[in-house]
Design a protein around this ligand. Structure first.
Ligand code: HEC
Length: 159
């Protein structure tokens, strides 16, 4: 294989690898230095497409941005530590035993649930709070859309 072909095939492989991975996208950029300008333009355009499709990240904190579906929770839950609204603050909820934030008057049902909040328990809870913990006082029917639910959970785990 001559040099030109080798570079082009490198570009193609890295282009495929870059499809889902930011890390791969960086090596892809690196490779694009080696190829002639005429090949670089489409390469840059596909890189831009990758950057645009990545989940939005808040540059200040490098955490996933608050997803739109969290608006349904925000009326009852603050994300600031110690700030109680109708529901308990969700700051630090990841890894917390359900119903244990000091100073919040939980339902006996949630306190006795034995749940610890992680991706799996939050998924059950947010699909149907009332089925997961019968007797809970969280008056919310659940987030039925799996994509919105996953986005809210990813966000909760960063709080
Ligand atoms: C109408 C008010 C209301 C809405 C809307 C609501 N919650 Fe709640 N939430 C509560 C209340 C009240 C509790 C306490 C439940 C209990 O003690 O049984 C609670 C409890 C929780 C807990 C358990 C916290 C702990 O410390 O154990 C989590 C997690 C939670 N909510 C997440 C959410 C998320 C995420 C949403 C949005 C998808 C949401 N809630 C929507 C009122 C609400």
């Amino acid at each position: 294989m001559d040099k030109g072909n080798e570079r082009r095939s490198l570009l193609i492989t890295s282009n495929v690898a870059a499809a889902g991975h930011t890390a791969a996208a960086y090596s892809f950029l690196h490779v694009s230095y080696l190829v002639p300008f005429t090949l670089r333009l489409p390469a840059c355009m596909s890189l831009m497409a990758i950057v645009l499709t990545v989940t939005p990240i808040d540059p200040a904190t490098a955490q996933p941005a608050r997803p739109p579906a969290f608006a349904q929770c925000a009326g009852c839950h603050s994300t600031q530590a110690g700030k109680t609204l109708f529901g308990p603050s969700l700051a630090g909820v990841s890894g917390r035993r359900a119903g244990t934030l000091p100073g919040y008057a939980y339902s006996p049902a949630l306190k006795a649930s034995g749940l610890t909040w992680n991706a799996k328990t939050l998924d059950r809870w947010l699909t149907s709070p009332k089925k997961t913990v019968p007797g809970t006082k969280m008056p919310f029917n659940g987030l039925q859309d799996p994509k919105s639910r996953a986005q809210v959970i990813a966000y909760l785990l960063t709080l």
